[in-house]
Design a protein around this ligand. Structure first.
Ligand code: IMP
Ligand code: MG
Length: 188
């Protein structure tokens, strides 16, 4: 039988409170606005985890912005590990050829997913391609990723909230927290 999911009781530690995320997203928005200096920008984000970050970040960027959304899933792997084999569930809805593109990600862990996406998007001939991630877990990196805009470096812990899930839950938390081990072991 599946265990009851108690959104708040399952969180062992709040790693990034709501106000810290808000301040950081505003800072990233200012950096991106300055970096592109008035040029039109296409933001591409990857569903579903990046949804809250994308929604907040785009409103902190003072440029003519266009957005597009992709959705990917990895083959195999487990609920907390990616396999690196990526399947595109939802592709871009418009061409990015000749555009300045900023890929907006929730978290870079091993880097395998992003490594695939970078190669895929480069193949579409954008004028430029930069990477923005809210969270970075460098301890787990398997492939080098050129990160242009980084929110927080976090330790090697599995986190949920602000878009990030475990078994599709916890995405709606307003903060980023670490799951209690019980929530891992019993979750079905
Ligand atoms: P990577 O390919 O290992 O870099 O993993 C990227 C994807 O794995 C992210 O977009 C998330 O969906 C998921 N992921 C990695 N670490 C975490 C975590 O700590 N919490 C929730 N999801 C994670
Ligand atoms: Mg996920």
């Amino acid at each position: 039988m599946s265990r009851t999911v108690d959104l708040h009781a399952d969180i062992g530690e709040v790693l990034l409170p709501e106000d810290a995320i808000r301040d950081k997203v505003a800072e990233l928005g200012r950096q991106i606005t300055a970096d592109y200096a008035g040029r039109p920008l296409t933001l591409v984000s990857v569903l579903k985890g990046s949804l809250p970050f994308m929604a907040d970040l785009m409103r902190q960027i003072d440029l003519p912005v266009r957005i597009d959304l992709m959705e990917v899933s990895s083959y195999g792997g487990t609920s907390t590990e990616t396999s690196g084999l990526v399947r595109i569930i939802k592709d871009l809805s418009a061409s990015i050829a000749g555009e300045d593109v900023l890929l907006v990600e929730d978290i870079i862990d091993t880097g395998l997913t992003l490594n695939y996406l970078i190669r895929y998007l480069r193949g579409k001939n954008p004028a430029s391609l930069k990477i923005c991630t809210l969270l970075d877990k460098p301890a787990r990196r398997l492939v080098e990723i050129p990160v242009d805009f980084r929110g927080f470096e976090i330790p090697d812990q599995f986190v949920v909230g602000y878009g990030l899930d475990f078994g599709e839950r916890y995405r709606n938390l307003r903060f980023v927290g670490v799951l209690r081990p019980e929530a891992y072991s019993d979750a079905k």
